[in-house]
Design a protein around this ligand. Structure first.
Ligand code: F0G
Length: 353
């Protein structure tokens, strides 16, 4: 039978009942891509879990299908979230599907173009603030307590329930958990969800446990520095977060798994962003590439041992943030006249014999 979406496929692991509305967009079942060239270069067995191929282009769909379905089931008419862009795109899409209203609060000028376009198209109420994600989250957390609107940020436990299913898929594809799971860390919900998923699957199916390696952006590395960052900055706007809501759960995942949470610089993120596109044919958004940048650092330093089986989560699609791609790449289109001879001459100078 073809893929039915998370609410059906993982019913026994999720808080869904016969009356939970099925608002699925057939999320999940994303490919685990063997990154062959990078594996060879680093001397490890590296896979990318390409979450950018979910219906709205990020891993958020896994959590949002559950959170919005439960909100609808419980009689709510509106959902609200703060977002660096992906959460809002996903909330808006599932709210549209559920016939609900989505209100999104985003940091002005710091949301990638594709994500904003999605929120517009899905019909969300969009509020920009002159503050950052942390400011927005703090406000919507308070407002949702007193107003008739359901908060769908990852502090909503249904979000982590949905997101844990990616760990199940990895175990099913590989036959067991990898040695290491590398993942970008922003608000720290996803690393917490994966760890929950690996533990639940191991308890049920004996699939083993990975070490959890989380990577924050250096300018937003609150967990690494063990302090709130008042003014987080990074080119990877998805993870431009200075006070992660799931801080304690992430530290627990790190410590229980004998893993680590470290940071990567913007230069390292951009290097990884270009490399996996050029060498592997995988276009993931900059924030996603914190996982690849971290794995490259650790493999080069020998912290990840040769031969290790590593899964890097590629959390969002590169098409979400075309501006960063255009700004950071040297490749420019060549302009030619509308002339076959000129085109032929150019092509022959480029093709490999
Ligand atoms: N990667 C991408 C592409 C993201 O959009 C996010 C978070 C993360 C990684 C980090 O995941 O927060 O669970 O640690 N984006 C949120 C948003 C904050 O609003 O879209 P996390």
């Amino acid at each position: 039978m073809s893929w039915q979406g998370l609410l059906q496929e993982y019913k026994q692991f999720l808080p869904v009942t016969d009356v939970t509305p099925d608002i699925s967009l057939l999320e999940g079942n994303t490919p685990l891509i063997h990154l062959k060239n990078l594996s060879k270069r680093l001397g490890i067995e590296l896979y990318g879990k390409f979450e950018g191929l979910n219906p709205t282009g990020s891993f958020k769909d896994r959590g949002m299908v559950v959170a919005v379905a439960k909100a609808k089931e419980e009689g709510s008419k509106s959902v609200i979230c703060a977002s660096t862009g992906n959460t809002s795109a996903s909330a808006a899409a599932y709210a549209a599907r559920a016939g609900m209203n989505a209100i999104i609060v985003i940091p002005k000028g710091k949301v990638a173009l594709g994500k904003l376009a999605q929120a517009v198209m899905y019909g969300a109420e969009i509020v920009e603030i002159d503050g950052n994600f942390d400011d927005a989250l703090s406000m919507v957390r308070k407002i949702s307590k007193s107003s008739p609107v359901t908060l769908v940020n990852s502090v909503n436990p249904y979000r982590l329930e949905g997101q844990k299913t990616a760990a199940f898929e990895i175990c099913d594809t590989l036959g067991s958990a990898p040695d290491i799971l590398a993942i970008p860390v922003g608000n720290a919900g996803n690393i917490s969800a994966y760890w929950k998923g690996f533990k639940e699957y191991n308890a049920k199916k004996g699939t083993g446990l990975p070490k959890m390696f989380g990577f924050e952006a250096e300018g937003a590395a609150a967990i690494v520095k063990n302090q709130v960052i008042e003014k987080p900055e990074t080119i990877a706007t998805a993870i431009r977060i200075g006070n992660p809501a799931s801080w304690e759960l992430a530290v627990q995942a790190r410590d229980e798994s004998d893993g680590t949470i470290d940071s990567v610089t913007d230069e390292e993120i951009i290097h990884a962003f270009k490399l996996i596109a050029k060498e592997e044919g995988v276009f993931a958004e900059p924030g996603s590439c914190a996982s690849i940048a971290g794995v490259m650092n650790y493999a080069e330093k020998g912290i990840i041992e040769k031969g290790s089986k590593v899964v890097a989560v590629l959390t969002g699609n590169g098409l979400k943030d075309p501006q960063t791609a255009i700004d950071k790449l040297e490749v420019k289109p060549v302009s030619l006249p509308n002339d076959e001879a000129a085109l032929k001459e150019y092509i022959e100078s480029k093709v490999k014999a």
